[in-house]
Write a protein that binds this ligand. Sequence first.
Ligand code: NCD
Length: 307
Amino acid sequence: MHKGMDVISALQFSRSDIEFLISVAEDLRRVVERGGSLDIAKGRIMFTAFFEPSTRTRLSFQFAMTRLGGVVVDLGPEEVSSMAKGESPEDTLRTVDGYGPDLIVVRHREPGFAAKAAEICRAPVINAGDGYNEHPTQALLDVYTIWRVFGRVDGVRVGLMGDLKYGRTISSLSYALSNFRDVEIHFISPRELQPREEVLRKLDERRVRYEFHEKPDEVLERLDVLYVTRLQKERMKPEEYERLKGSYVITYEYLKKFRRIPVIMHPLPRVWELTPDVDVLPQAMYFEQARNGLYMRMALIKTILGL
Ligand code: NCD
């Protein structure tokens, strides 16, 4: 990790990068929870450009920068910018980059878009999701959440369930986990939604242990974490969605059948795949996970701005 770097892929993070960011996030958490305020990013400007919908990622980045004492400028919805007149996102970014932001956070439906943005822009670019490809900052907060629950990441057994093919949190989290020792990844999905070949190839290169399962039942009691994801409706053919819809639903009733219930995580938003009755379980960690995103993104901004 170094000042001024672009964050495009979770493959960029080493174990020591992740451990460093976790320790910075923990320090910042202590300050914020004590009610303290920070002004280390005073005078710095972060530009957030979300060309695809977002709640948590956009707002936690904006809260994070604000909490650090910096300023946020947001692109706003498509209707109010020149995108509505047909301007390309590339031109929009080039223009705003010329106004001199210290950092740009970008999300776009096209895989590889963040890398392209990093070439266009002078300011460091953070990938906040590029289509089905990657979501590296989500992976950081996911690993941070695992670390906070278990006190370690080595040796964790993680079940990744749902849309493993089009879900960008899956590829990035798998890459981040590949830095740790004796991690087991269990991919739980219908055959047609298994992770893409290029993702599996990277995991093979990194000698990660993984298995495939079509149903959660067969592996649930062996897991430390069950990471549920929604079907990426916007990235599939409508008939594919209709066919697979409802294929995996985690409910309170379902989990209660097991002797041992793993920690339940979800990047959110959830639709039907994780029902709200699960929220009462002490293992339900997804809102905590979302909150961890604030501290992890503060840590990342602080590091990239060299504060
Ligand atoms: C995820 C995303 O955008 O990839 N959401 C998020 O950032 N927390 C997951 C999703 O949309 O399913």
